[in-house]
Design a binder for this molecule. Structure first.
Ligand code: AMP
Length: 296
C-alpha cells in the first residue's frame, strides 16, 4: 500500500502495515507552503482490511475526496482516494502536491510497484542503521542492537531482529523465543552500559504504533536526560501506556498468538505532561525537564 503523488513530483511513499507515517511540508513531498504543517497528516495503513486511517494533525484543512477531514479527526479510507492539503498551496506551486492514496487490491500490499526504494523513506532508516558500525553495539545470529540515533535518555538502545519483521502486529506464536531473546539481550545491554551506576533504572518495550519500520524494542534509561527529548509526543510515547512493556508483548504472543491492535492509543500522545515519578503536571517541556532533574 502506498501514497502516490498525483503529479509524480516525488516517489510513492510506502505505507507499511500498522506503521504511522506522517506527511506534510518537507523536501520529500515538495510541499513548500508554510500553511501546511510539517506534520500535516498521519496515515496508518491496515493491509489486511485494505484501508487506512488518516488523521489531520495540522491546523489548516486537508481533504479526502473533497471533504474536509478536520483537525484531530480521523477518517477510514478504503479504495483509492485523493488527499489534499490546502487548495491554494497546490495552486500556488508549479509542483502540485495532491496525493493519491491507493489501497488498491491485494497485489498492492507488500513491496511497492513503483520506483520507491525501501531505503528512500525516513521510516526505513533503521534498516541502514542496523549495519552502521558507529551505532551497532551488539550482534548475534538473531538480533542486532544499535544506539538510538536520537536518544531520548542517557542510555537508549534499539534491539532488532535480524529477521525482517515490520512491527509487533506482524508477530505470531512462532516468534515467542525470538522475543524472549530480544528481551534478554536488552537487559544484558542495559546492565553492561552502566555497570558502575546500579541506580539507573531501565524500561524495555515497544511503542503502541511505531513510526519506524522493522521491529524494534526500546531499551531506555528512565532519566530522560537528553537534548533529543523535545516534544510532548516524545515524552508521552515513553511514559504513558503508549509504551508497552516487552513482558506484555511476550505474554500476548504466548497466550493469544498475536499482538493486540493498539492504534487507538495515539490519543495518549496528547496527554498533559506529567512527571513519570511523582505524576506532577507540568506546563511545558522546559519545566518538565527541569522538574525531572530533581525528581529522581
Ligand atoms: P518508534 O518507531 O516510535 O518506536 O521509535 C523509533 C525510534 O527510532 C526513535 O526513538 C528514534 O529516535 C529512532 N530513530 C529514528 N531514526 C533512526 C535511525 N535512522 N537510526 C537509529 N535510530 C533512529
Amino acid at each position: 500500500m502506498y501514497l502516490q503523488c498525483c503529479n509524480h513530483t516525488h516517489e510513492p511513499i510506502m505505507l507499511l502495515d500498522g506503521v504511522a507515517v506522517t506527511i506534510g511540508r518537507s523536501a520529500g513531498t515538495k510541499i513548500l507552503d508554510k500553511l501546511c504543517s510539517r506534520t500535516q497528516l498521519q496515515i496508518v495503513a491496515n493491509h489486511s482490511k485494505k484501508y487506512a486511517m488518516v488523521k489531520q494533525l495540522g491546523a489548516n484543512p486537508s481533504q479526502i475526496d473533497g471533504i474536509n477531514i478536520g483537525q484531530d479527526r480521523k477518517c477510514d479510507k478504503k479504495g483509492t482516494s485523493s488527499l489534499k492539503s490546502r487548495e491554494n498551496m497546490h495552486n500556488s506551486q508549479k509542483n502540485k502536491t495532491s496525493e493519491n492514496f491507493d489501497n488498491g487490491t491485494a497485489a498492492d500490499v507488500g513491496p511497492p510497484r513503483a520506483t520507491v526504494s525501501k531505503s528512500s523513506h525516513w521510516s526505513q532508516g533503521l534498516k541502514s542503521s542496523m549495519t552502521d558500525s558507529s551505532l551497532q553495539v551488539y550482534k548475534d545470529d538473531r538480533v542486532i542492537v544499535i544506539k538510538d540515533k536520537y536518544p531520548k535518555a542517557k542510555f537508549h538502545f534499539l534491539v532488532m531482529p535480524v529477521e525482517n519483521i515490520v512491527s509487533t502486529v506482524h508477530l505470531n506464536s512462532a516468534h515467542a523465543s525470538l522475543l524472549d531473546h530480544m528481551w534478554k539481550v536488552g537487559r544484558d545491554i542495559a546492565k553492561r552500559s552502566c555497570d558502575d551506576d546500579t541506580k539507573t533504572r531501565f524500561r524495555y518495550g515497544y511503542h503502541a504504533v511505531p513510526s519506524m519500520s522493522h521491529l524494534h524494542m526500546h531499551v531506555i534509561s528512565q532519566d530522560f536526560d537528553s537534548p533529543s527529548l523535545k516534544t510532548k509526543k516524545h515524552w508521552n510515547s515513553f511514559t504513558t501506556e503508549y509504551f508497552v512493556d516487552a513482558e506484555d508483548i511476550i505474554h500476548e504472543i504466548k497466550t493469544e498468538g498475536k499482538v493486540k491492535n493498539r492504534r487507538h492509543m495515539t490519543e495518549l500522545l496528547k496527554n498533559a505532561l506529567r512527571c513519570h515519578i511523582c505524576h506532577t503536571e507540568l506546563k511545558n517541556m522546559p519545566q518538565l525537564k527541569k522538574h525531572i532533574k530533581d525528581c529522581r
